[in-house]
Write a protein that binds this ligand. Sequence first.
Ligand code: COA
Length: 166
Amino acid sequence: MTPRKRIAIYPGTFDPVTNGHLDILGRASEIFDKVIVAVVKKPSKRKAMFPLNERLGFLRESIKGRVFGCPVEIEGFDGLLVNYARRKKAQTLVRGLRAISDFEYEFQMALMNRHQAPRLETVFLMPDERFVYLSSSIVKTVGALRGNLSAFLPPPVLKSFKRRFF
Ligand code: COA
């Protein structure tokens, strides 16, 4: 009998993708047989700066030429995450956990998702410490003020920031 493929979903807004997200994706790719980066169409927190097609484009461009431990797919999704995971036959959700401040929100989401889909597990991965204080909001703030973000953003996002803000 062939073993079941371990499929993980790495969901988020990715507005835009940062090197912290790519760090988590790299780590997840070493654990699973396939990782699907699922980009939510409408973020729950606030309006996205970049429309879905741009956020997807940044991700696709950013993973080009990178070596991952398993196949990586990038896709947009709408509606409940657990329903999307079910459609994709995924058993696991991957979330990055940076500081303690992430914990309460992540705990709440993980338990609510478990309530909806008891067999779908959420696993938390820690990014490299260089990215522990990184967020999409802070890069947008610093980008708008023309700060140097080369250590934190993949080249396609940096290029777009230069066009937009410089
Ligand atoms: N490196 C850098 N930044 C990181 C990071 C990392 N490793 N991991 C997370 N972040 C940042 C993000 O950039 C983002 O920053 P911001 O708040 O400044 O924009 C923040 O942490 C969290 O964003 P993200 O990881 O994109 O999560 P989210 O809270 O925006 O999205 C979904 C969460 C998409 C998973 C959730 O809203 C969802 O499931 N939506 C679908 C509807 C649904 O099912 N809702 C019920 C859920 S219980």
